[in-house]
Ligand binder design. Structure first.
Ligand code: ADP
Ligand code: MG
Length: 410
């Protein structure tokens, strides 16, 4: 038996005690974690925990395992939204297939849960758009997915929106650049799979009545085409409108979830300027990076946007009280210790892990706004948090709890 994994080595060492010489299907429950609401899958996939981390194990042909391992490693280095891979186990006895080990994507949810839960902010259309955004991002990076589907995507709440991550890279082909034919074939495959998955949900009574699976799936190609056009389109602009038009375009791309890597301006004979934009394929990051710099916390892009606002208003409050400017890094540090952390630490034990801390903080800010509107005055974050823990958080379904919380690892 051989293990191939990426450093740090001590992380993998904890996993060595598992019964790798047995078929994954036959592993004892004592090693396994029950994870609810998964998508449709071809292989045996099981979840285990070791040293505070939850891992997904997939038993799969060695050639495919090596392919997926290599690809996921590259994707992560490039900052693409995918699950993070630890390694593979090969040369198992009795010709058993290989096992691919990935880190469980904490606080992620499957489409089965999202579609059926009907949280107002996760409408079916928004989920399709999120999937389309992921596909466009991968295509920009020259990645042909070959099996884009809701089952092969994980969703994570991000301050009222959701972000999508690729989970299954088995069929992926990497190219320098994709041809329009390759892209449209990938979109066609995605549409078929999404239609099948939605029909499956409908059969199981999990789809809201007003959603027609076929209609929902067939809007995918149009949405894809519109986003691709918006992101990659070249336009000719008049020199006098240059600055304004470029700013407008960049703002629009940011709103769509893309960061811009380079802006290219090419003079054309009639005096106009051709604008070409190269988008960054990595996950969006403007606000995340800024928030990380100020607080050392890693959160989603929309969460960062929201929490930065709270941090800024806290800074203004500190400055007003002190009668002088407070450096933003100082304000960031104080915001974490005096505002954010005390709230996170106050979560009742039985509700820990229902939502990612930053998502919960975002919901508490919403709740504070809601309570303050009702009361006609600002009720403050502490009171809002108390009320949120009593009335809102317990209603967040247990299925959303991340598995490491269920085994007391958080
Ligand atoms: N790292 C991970 N984090 C969270 N869920 C995962 C992870 N890996 C796999 N899963 C879950 O297991 C399911 C099956 O995994 P996948 O790689 O798609 O296998 P298959 O080849 O059998 O389709 C996924 O749909 C997802 O719900
Ligand atoms: Mg899959």
């Amino acid at each position: 038996m051989r293990f191939l994994f990426r450093p740090p080595a001590d992380e993998a060492a904890g996993l060595l005690v598992l019964p790798w010489d047995q078929p994954l299907e036959e592993w004892d429950d004592e090693h396994l974690l029950e994870v609810p609401q998964r998508g449709i899958s071809r292989h045996v996939v099981r979840f285990v925990t070791s040293d505070g981390t939850v891992y997904a194990l997939k038993e799969i042909d060695e050639r495919l395992a090596r392919h997926e391992y290599a690809l996921l490693t590259d994707f992560e280095e490039e900052g693409l939204p995918t699950v993070s891979v630890l390694g593979i186990c090969v040369d198992r006895p009795d010709d058993l297939p290989a096992i691919l080990v990935t880190r469980y994507l904490e606080y992620s949810m499957s489409y089965r849960y999202l579609f059926s839960s009907r949280r107002a902010d996760h409408s079916a259309e928004r989920l399709i758009d999120t999937l389309v955004e992921l596909l466009v991002r991968l295509h920009l990076a020259g990645i042909f997915w070959g099996d884009c589907s809701l089952s092969n995507t994980l969703f994570r709440p991000d301050a009222g929106s959701v972000s999508a991550y690729l989970v299954d890279a088995e069929t992926v082909e990497r190219h320098v650049r994709l041809s329009p034919g390759q892209r449209s074939y990938d979109v066609e495959l995605a549409t078929e799979r999404v239609a099948a998955e939605l029909m499956d949900l409908e059969t199981g009574g999990l789809l809201p009545d007003d959603i027609d699976p076929i209609e929902m799936a067939t809007c995918l190609p149009d949405r894809y085409a519109a986003l691709w056009e918006e992101v990659t389109r070249e336009e000719v602009i008049k020199p006098e409108e240059q600055r304004y038009r470029i700013a407008e375009r960049l703002q629009r791309l940011n709103e769509l979830g893309f960061d811009v890597e380079e802006v290219e301006l090419i003079s054309i004979p009639d005096g106009g300027v051709k604008l070409r934009i190269k988008t960054r394929v990595a996950e969006t990051g403007q606000h995340r990076r800024e928030f990380f710099r100020l607080t050392g916390l890693e959160v989603g892009e929309q969460q960062a946007r929201r929490l930065l606002n709270d941090l800024r208003s806290f800074r203004a409050y500190l400055e007003q009280r002190a009668g002088r400017t407070v450096p933003e890094t100082v304000a960031g540090h104080r915001w974490v210790t005096e505002v954010y952390q005390p709230i996170i630490d106050a979560v009742p034990v039985d509700l820990i892990g229902r939502l990612a801390p930053a998502e919960m903080f975002h919901e508490i800010l919403e709740h504070r706004w809601f309570l303050s509107e009702k009361a006609g005055r600002d009720v403050g974050t502490t009171a809002a948090a108390r009320s949120y823990f009593e009335t809102v958080l317990p209603r967040t379904p247990k299925e959303m709890t991340t598995p490491s919380a269920t085994v007391g690892l958080l």
